[in-house]
Design a protein around this ligand. Structure first.
Ligand SMILES: C[S@@+](CC[C@H](N)C(=O)[O-])C[C@H]1O[C@@H](n2cnc3c(N)ncnc32)[C@H](O)[C@@H]1O
Length: 438
């Protein structure tokens, strides 16, 4: 675990500002023509990618280029699978893939987009009949009756005293979910597509909004709230059906490797040509809490209290999953330099603990990546820097140090986008490419 060189340190000056809330500078605003400015916005309107709006998602076009250039048709792995962008792109290019994902709802989204979609494509007439039955039910008096008779005990128990939905809307969402479970019972893949149509519009139908984090709508944000739940679900399902019908039949499956990518997966050892991933940002969003409405509606949790256990499957990346008084298992010289600066200036001691915990957790993950990669394989990751209390935290350099300890060598660093904090301090998003050290 060696110290970084002085030259690398000089690349960065710590701006003296507090906020780590960041925004991407759009590529049009930027003077830099080589900057790609990649976000999920690029994927939102693409068939299948847009089935679930995941702001943390990758740009599909960017992934497609990397898979074409570097996978050589062999397995691609994403340790932080999220909504499955890497797996979906690989699948559509006929390349097999694997992924890990800590959030069971996001795992469901990824598997539905890749594997359930494949099944529905292969059995398209059967799938169309299933959708037709669902739509007939939704526009029959049974829908009103079921909505009226919904028991809200489970919702009230899960989110005691919270009021996330208008009464009528949560009843209709529950009724549509239950219908998906019954009408899709014969084919789990079709059932999952129906369920995803319901889950995709859940936040949009609620008093909440997701702008990176899930929060209550301000008064002026109510104009985008969906007020006709049934139409929204049916519209979503219709566009999903269209995507399935028009997609080429060529596909490759995605294999769910593990929930927690810190755990090694033996079957991947030496099998992977390309690892493509975007790890959580340091002090990133709370991935589990942000999907709590969907986690509950889809039956992955029965109460908000269960989020704590799920959070533990996530690596340390946000202030809320720093475990107080638990020293980081692995320490690195350069990481210590930055963390020690934060020890001195941060009134909140969880901030330096976050930096240490993040790097400590990335160590077994990068070790696993080194183990999975074939001799000539490469790991490409997309990451951004942060700052806290005037201390610049160059996450890319921290990861280079951790990766070196894990047996990986930095081959290339490329600027993907300029970002800035809320107070306009410049930050960036970069692509790091690693290969085996030896
Ligand atoms: C930046 S997002 C990845 C988004 C993804 N590239 C996409 O296109 O949707 C990071 C993901 O890592 C997941 N995650 C966090 N800690 C994890 C862990 N220890 N193992 C597996 N996944 C984890 C989070 O739940 C989140 O979905």
């Amino acid at each position: 675990m060696r110290r970084m060189s002085a030259e690398s340190l000089d690349l960065f000056e710590a701006p003296s500002l507090l906020s780590d809330e960041t925004q991407l500078v759009s590529s049009e605003d930027s003077q830099d023509s080589q900057i790609l400015g990649l976000t999920f916005r690029d994927s939102k309107k693409l068939p299948v990618h847009g089935w679930y709006p995941y702001v943390e998602g990758f740009s599909a076009g960017y992934i497609e280029d990397l898979v074409r250039n570097y996978s050589r048709g062999s397995t691609v792995y994403d340790p932080f699978g999220g909504s499955g962008t890497v797996n979906l792109v690989a699948s559509m290019m006929g390349v097999p893939s694997a992924f890990s994902e800590a959030n069971p709802f996001m795992r469901f989204v990824a598997e539905t987009k890749v594997n359930a979609r494949n099944s529905a494509r292969l059995r398209f007439s059967e799938f169309e009949r299933c959708v037709a039955r669902f739509k007939d039910w939704a526009y029959s008096p049974n829908f009103e009756r079921s909505s009226r008779e919904q028991d809200l005990t489970s919702y009230l128990h899960a989110f005691a005293g919270k009021d996330f939905f208008a009464d009528k809307d949560i009843r209709e969402l529950q009724a549509l979910r239950d219908a998906a479970l019954v009408l899709g019972a014969e084919a789990p893949e079709f059932r999952d597509i129906l369920l995803l149509a319901v889950a995709s519009v859940t936040v949009a139908c609620s008093h909440m909004t997701r702008r990176a984090d899930l929060r209550r709508r301000r008064d002026d944000e109510y104009k985008t709230r969906i007020v006709n739940v049934r139409s929204a679900v049916i519209e979503k399902l219709t566009s999903m059906q269209r995507d399935i019908g028009t997609a080429p039949a060529r596909h490759a499956p995605a294999f769910f490797a593990s929930a927690d990518c810190r755990e090694p997966v033996e079957s991947l050892s030496g099998e992977v040509e390309l690892i493509l991933t975007s790890p959580p940002y340091l002090n990133g969003t709370s991935y589990i809490r942000n999907t709590k409405l969907e986690l509950w509606l889809m039956g992955f949790i029965s109460s908000e209290r269960e989020l704590v256990a799920l959070n533990k499957t996530c690596m340390v990346c946000g202030i809320n999953n720093v475990v107080k008084n638990r020293p980081a298992e692995y320490r690195f010289d350069y990481v210590e330099t930055i963390a020690a600066e934060l020890d001195n200036v941060s009134p909140d001691l969880r901030i330096p603990a976050l930096v240490r915990g993040y790097c400590s957790d990335m160590y077994p993950i990068l070790q696993n990546c080194a183990r999975y990669l074939r001799d000539d394989g490469r790991l490409i990751l997309d990451i951004g820097d942060s700052q806290f209390y005037g201390v610049h935290v160059p996450t890319d350099l921290l990861l280079v140090e951790v990766a070196r300890s894990a047996g990986l060598r930095l081959k290339e660093e490329r600027l993907l986008a300029r970002r800035h904090s809320r107070d306009k301090t410049p930050l960036k998003q970069v692509e790091l490419t690693f290969t085996h050290a030896a």
